[in-house]
Design a protein around this ligand. Structure first.
Ligand SMILES: Cc1cc2nc3c(=O)[nH]c(=O)nc-3n(C[C@H](O)[C@H](O)[C@H](O)COP(=O)(O)OP(=O)(O)OC[C@H]3O[C@@H](n4cnc5c(N)ncnc54)[C@H](O)[C@@H]3O)c2cc1C
Length: 452
């Protein structure tokens, strides 16, 4: 049926079909007509040609962590890249297959004392995270994941295979650095590698929910060196043995950091984050351990609804607004997260990649999470929306495309800004004029002939 396809084709009723259609967000329950589990670029070409010939909606799956579940479609065809797991380190670059998860890549590169800046949860996919930008512990020092993408192999909508770099199809490389899955299916990523200390100084400090620790966090963030990655999480402390008894089940502020400089400097730099903490895990940590430190808070299968926003300086009552948002959380799993941007992220000229919001001081993520995916979760969704509305006065102008939920076309456009959007539409019109790749945070081509 799929001419030339050597992978595994799954249809409803087949063994493994239900597992293959499951994505990270447990609220997403879609039944594709086909899941094409690809083993090679040639398989991807065969699958896309089949999908286009039969007018199927095509969803592309890497690590399956798209928040609105873009990597699975109702009816249609999932081009599932998860079996394509190759990782090859060659000096200061690494070639990565599109099914690789960050924990798999980090384990290989850490053995060389090297890393690609990735996200902060280890089971997210390298593919989707990179194509939308990719913000993580190393980004203030080495830039976004997409800033470290130096080449890619791409299957376009008509099944053509292109090797993309600064020298060939440089326009497409520009688009892959933040423009998401709009232009084709990437079957190989080539990244620059960066040195990391093994181990590094990192950890987290847990405080009862209060304004003072957050003020200390923002004071530090305002003049932090690039070597320091910083996050704040306002959550409900889990009922785990490592959490002091008095905090279990209570709202807390978790201040986390990773430092790439000398250990003693890290101790001194993070002192104000740790003062008065009820739990302090800071110490020597492997990068791979830092990368998985928060994994338990977002296991696959939880139902999720997310709002995010780039933040400017957190002046005036911003800390009050954050604390009030956390006090109103409706589920013990909800999270209010602030990731500090700046450093190398901000030094890349905004028009040199499709990722636009480089001047933001921080990124806000409001994640409503609940465990019963049969529940529509409306109170939790409403919390995310109202907390987002309350924090919008500190907006730097839009959202992170990788943290968009189903929020409509205007919000996708806002995530790119007017000038970048216009360039993206040009690129889309050139490489995917009929919008074959529309099951994503879509940039429609001009005169689209398919649903946007
Ligand atoms: C628990 C959790 C933690 C997260 N943490 C971070 C974080 O720390 N930093 C951060 O920046 N982001 C983070 N994100 C957001 C994350 O970047 C996006 O969800 C991203 O899309 C995940 O990539 P994936 O490959 O796992 O997803 P998938 O769902 O497989 O893919 C998402 C979309 O990317 C496109 N795509 C995927 N692979 C390809 C490919 N090979 N070629 C073309 N298009 C492709 C498709 O449009 C697809 O629908 C997090 C998300 C979750 C759920």
């Amino acid at each position: 049926m799929f001419e030339g396809f050597t992978g595994l084709l799954l249809r409803p009723g087949d063994d493994g079909y239900d597992e293959a259609r499951r994505v990270w967000n447990g609220a997403v329950d879609r039944r594709p007509a086909f899941v094409a589990r690809c083993l090679s670029t040639a398989d991807v070409v065969a699958a896309i040609r089949f999908g286009v010939r039969h007018g199927l909606t095509i969803a592309v799956r890497g690590g399956g962590h798209s928040i609105p579940g873009h990597s699975v479609c109702e009816g249609g065809l999932v081009v599932d890249l998860s079996p394509m797991k190759s990782i090859r380190v060659e000096g200061r670059v690494v070639q990565v297959g599109p099914g690789v998860l960050w924990r798999e890549l980090d384990a290989v590169t850490e053995a060389h004392g090297l890393a690609v800046p990735g996200g902060e949860i280890s089971d997210t996919g390298v593919a989707g995270l990179t194509l939308g930008g990719g913000i993580g512990w190393l980004s203030r020092k080495y830039g976004l994941a997409c800033d470290n993408l130096v080449a890619a192999r791409v299957v376009t909508a008509d099944g053509t295979v292109l090797d993309v770099s600064e020298d060939d199809h440089a326009d497409l490389l520009w688009g892959l650095r933040g423009g998401g899955g709009n232009f084709g299916v990437v079957t190989r990523f080539t990244f620059r590698l960066n040195p990391i200390p093994v181990p590094l100084f990192a950890g987290m400090a847990m405080h009862p929910l209060d304004r003072e620790p957050l003020r200390a966090f923002f004071d530090l963030a305002a003049h932090a060196p690039d070597d320091l990655g910083l996050n704040a999480a306002l959550i409900t402390a889990p009922p785990e043995p490592f959490v002091p008894a008095e905090l279990r089940g209570r709202p807390v502020v978790v201040l986390a950091a990773g430092y790439l400089g000398p250990y003693g400097e890290g101790v001194e730099l993070t002192r104000t984050l740790r003062e008065g903490a009820h739990l302090d895990t800071f110490g020597a940590l492997r990068y791979t351990a830092l990368q998985s430190m928060a994994d338990a808070a977002t296991p696959p299968g939880l139902a999720a609804h997310v709002r995010s926003e780039w933040l400017g300086p957190m002046s005036g009552d911003a800390v009050d607004a954050l604390v009030e948002a956390a006090e109103r959380m409706t589920s013990p799993l909800n999270q209010t997260l602030v990731r500090i941007m700046g450093g190398a992220i901000a030094r890349v000229p905004p028009d040199s990649t499709a990722f636009r919001f480089r001047e933001a001081a921080a990124m806000l993520t409001l994640a409503a999470l609940w465990s019963d995916s049969s529940d529509d979760g409306e109170p939790h969704r409403a919390w995310a929306r109202s907390a987002w509305t309350a924090l919008r006065p500190w907006s730097a102008g839009g959202a992170y495309v990788n943290h968009l939920d189903d929020e409509g076309r205007a919000r996708v456009r806002e995530a790119y800004g007017t000038e970048t959007w216009a360039k993206l539409v040009d690129l889309k019109t050139r490489y995917d004029p009929t919008n074959v790749f529309h099951h994503n945070n879509n940039v429609p081509p001009r005169r689209t002939q398919r649903p946007e």
